[in-house]
Write a protein that binds this ligand. Sequence first.
Ligand code: FE2
Ligand code: FE2
Ligand code: FE2
Ligand code: FE2
Length: 418
Amino acid sequence: MGFNPFKERGIPLEKQLRTWTELNLQPYDKEAVHPFSRCRGILANGIEVEAVMFSHSMARNVIDPELRKKLAMVRRVEAQQQKAINWLIPGNESTLEVTIGYEQVAVDLTAWVAQNEPDPYLRQVYEFGLLEDFDHLYRYANILDMLEGKKAAKIVGELTEITPGRPTIFEHRDPRDDVRRPMTAMAAHPQSVLNALTVMSAEQQTMNFYMTIGNRYMEPLARALYLEIGMIEEQHVTQYESILDPACSLIENLLLHEYNECWIYWSFMQEEPDPRVRALYEKHLAMEIEHLRIAGELMRQIERRDPEELLAAGFDKPMVFKENKKYVRSVLEKQVDLTARDTDFVPITDLPADHRYFVYQSSVNAGENPSETVINEAIAANGEEYRYESEGDNPVPGLCREKKRKDRSTEYAKRLAA
Ligand SMILES: [Fe+2]
Ligand SMILES: [Fe+2]
Ligand SMILES: [Fe+2]
Ligand SMILES: [Fe+2]
């Protein structure tokens, strides 16, 4: 069942503005929401944030006053869409609970994308990033357990395992080794463009989120963990933006953004079980169809190119949040020891001892490492760290549970126990 947004009629732009009441929907019930509904909301929010920020950045780089006004009009709607979606998150979901949702998105979105990526190099890029966010989920799950006494497995609905991935401590790389080889939009499969824009937007919003809320905890270890993982999200945005075609014009990029928004809402309205939220996705799709038409018109006027020629076929495959436990395990087993050397991925053991990776590692990891401390503290406090391993032990022997230890008691553990 294909869908070509160029062949559909959307809502005229002048009818897209909504009242404050229409935008301020009743948030979901955190006890009843399907974990993948939470994930879809987080991802759709990331897509809208990117729509807004891309449009602002474009507006700063074009001269034509009519074009700037058109961008402002569409952008006002994107900003309303972002509010409608992000305000579905209820106030009683704690920042750490929302964070678990963000990392579940990173795992199960990236897993879907990697398995549906036609280009083998790009697939490797996604698998590489996947293992890092998978580890973040485990680190945050432990601080959530310690600070709030909540089990992350319940939040992820036992649909995603919680166990070490590529340990966060090893993810810190020289910035130059996070820059990948770009695709060529004209030659790339359209699915590759959608995949890259979507994952980049999701990672960028995760970066934004940790930048903003990482200082909202009193607990020094929670602040430290957000700070450290926030820096990895910076690396992830560097990686994912670098696979996009840097030769795309601003207009072409605008068109691709609107096309991507259509794909996401078309996907989500098919999957979403909550009828209220499904109706929201349907409405947003109808808005995006009009945004796409407008971007196409701008392309015809300004660049004298045919947008439908660029994106001929429409979509046939929806992005689906589903369980990926076996797939994630297989990637973990094979790729845990990879790092990046320029645009390629190699085992850490292949790097010469004087490689810039080790220089960077020793510059940031010289003192305490929060993502390691959080696990040591969990073991000290509870005898073992928090995991959710439904499919057996971690597939990497070195990442299996250590024996229960209580000899690592520290000041911090005593404070928590008190
Ligand atoms: Fe939008
Ligand atoms: Fe992450
Ligand atoms: Fe990430
Ligand atoms: Fe849009």
